[in-house]
Design a protein around this ligand. Structure first.
Ligand SMILES: Cc1ncc(COP(=O)(O)O)c(C=O)c1O
Length: 395
């Protein structure tokens, strides 16, 4: 655990607010992720990073880092121009200009794979390529939700659920002169994206743990059934992708999986403190400056309202974490321009001092700051430009 004084000393010369990355903790997380993934290949979810030097640093640590799962077409083009290859578009693209820009890169020799889950997605790509002599790689996204009569445990993404529907799509791809089947993806969000050891939620945790247990079994069977049924036809494809940070252990146990996707585990934001199976280290965060002291034990900082996406709730707020025992004010939360912090600890906080925060989710931190100040061994050793710092705003 890094201390308040260590971070304060290391960053004393930097004007606040700023975002930081503890490179030593990032490296620990990279190692832990490699150790947890049973020798499977790992695809980096760039949506949870949004910073080229960080993506490069992770990639350089092991040749088991397979490539990147991108979150938008312009981002994939941008990364391919930064020397990245084997880019999987994690989500379908329907904009014709975007499809054209990706096809252009494929024509130049880049390995970029489109995501599809219906005939319309396929048609849109075919129409863009027309009669050209080129094979565009596509990946089929299969829904991995658990569906009960009155309840769905999972997310609304792909409509593809049955082996029959998947076979129909494969058949269409096989028939196409312009497309080739490159892989399969199934994202089990109900395991990867939901904490099961949330503080103060004992009952909910037990229900989620039970549902996760059932879901893991069913997903394993479903994925094996799909891949076995395809293997009967002797089709060749490159990968079967699954999972996310929160499901690393269970997804890697599946034999048919060739690669897992991981993003959030590298920075390990607040939401990833609430999983029973693992604990990564808080590698990234931001610092605000105390600019007023309206009352004893209340320290009001400039900025701070970096609230995360998703269903709204207190868990989407950032939280102060250094010095320890700092808390947001329940009536004000993290404010657009002012954030009061409650503190009754040992540090003698004063105006101008920093409060260090963690973001609730991973990638959105880099949408708020132009650079990450990289801390190692108690000092700032580098500055990494974020996508935003490079003038990019993809989503
Ligand atoms: C398709 C897909 N795969 C994997 C992930 C997992 O990403 P992370 O490791 O950042 O949780 C996500 C997250 O939303 C996703 O949408």
């Amino acid at each position: 655990m890094k201390t308040y004084i260590q971070y304060k000393k290391a960053t004393d010369h930097i004007s606040k607010p700023f975002a930081f990355l503890d490179i030593d903790l990032l490296d620990d997380n990279i190692l832990q992720i490699l150790n947890h993934s049973s020798n499977k290949k790992i695809r980096i979810a760039s949506k949870s990073i949004r910073c080229v030097p960080v993506l490069k640093r992770i990639m350089e640590k092991s040749d088991r880092f397979q490539g990147v799962m991108c979150y938008s077409a312009p981002e994939a083009v941008f990364l391919s121009e930064h020397g990245f290859d084997d880019l999987l578009l994690g989500y379908p693209i329907t904009d014709k200009n975007y499809i054209t820009s990706i096809v252009e890169k494929i024509r130049e020799g880049k390995q970029i794979t489109f995501m599809v889950d219906c005939f319309k997605h396929i048609k849109l790509i075919e129409d863009t390529v027309k009669d050209e002599n080129i094979k565009i790689p596509v990946c089929i996204d299969v829904d991995m939700s658990l569906v009960y009569p009155k309840f769905r445990f999972g997310v609304y993404r792909s409509p593809l659920r049955s082996v029959h529907e998947i076979h129909q799509l494969i058949y269409t791809i096989q028939q196409s002169k312009q497309l080739k089947l490159d892989g399969f993806m199934g994202y089990e969000a109900q395991i990867a994206g939901i904490g099961d050891q949330v503080k103060g939620k004992h009952l909910k945790n037990s229900v989620v743990q039970l549902l996760k247990k059932q879901s893991i079994e069913q997903i394993k069977e479903k994925r094996a059934e799909i891949i076995d049924s395809i293997n009967e036809y002797d089709l060749s494809f490159r990968f079967v992708n699954g999972g996310g940070t929160g499901s690393l252990a269970s997804t890697c146990k599946e034999e048919v999986i060739t690669e897992v996707t991981v993003g959030s585990g590298f920075f390990s934001p607040l939401l990833f403190d609430s999983y029973k199976e693992f604990q990564y280290k808080p590698a990234a965060g931001f610092a605000l400056e105390i600019v007023r002291i309206p009352k004893e034990n209340i320290f009001t900082c400039t900025g701070g309202g970096y609230v995360a996406s998703g269903a709204t709730g207190k868990d989407k707020l950032p939280a102060p974490y250094l010095p320890e025992k700092t808390k947001l004010h329940s009536l004000e939360g993290a404010g657009e321009v002012q954030t009061p912090i409650l503190y009754k600890g040992e540090e003698n906080l004063d105006m101008g001092d920093p409060i260090f925060f963690r973001h609730s989710k991973s990638g959105e931190l880099c949408e708020r700051f132009n650079q990450l100040y990289c801390i190692s061994n108690g000092e700032v050793v580098d500055e990494f430009l974020t996508y935003r710092g490079e003038g990019k705003c993809f989503l």
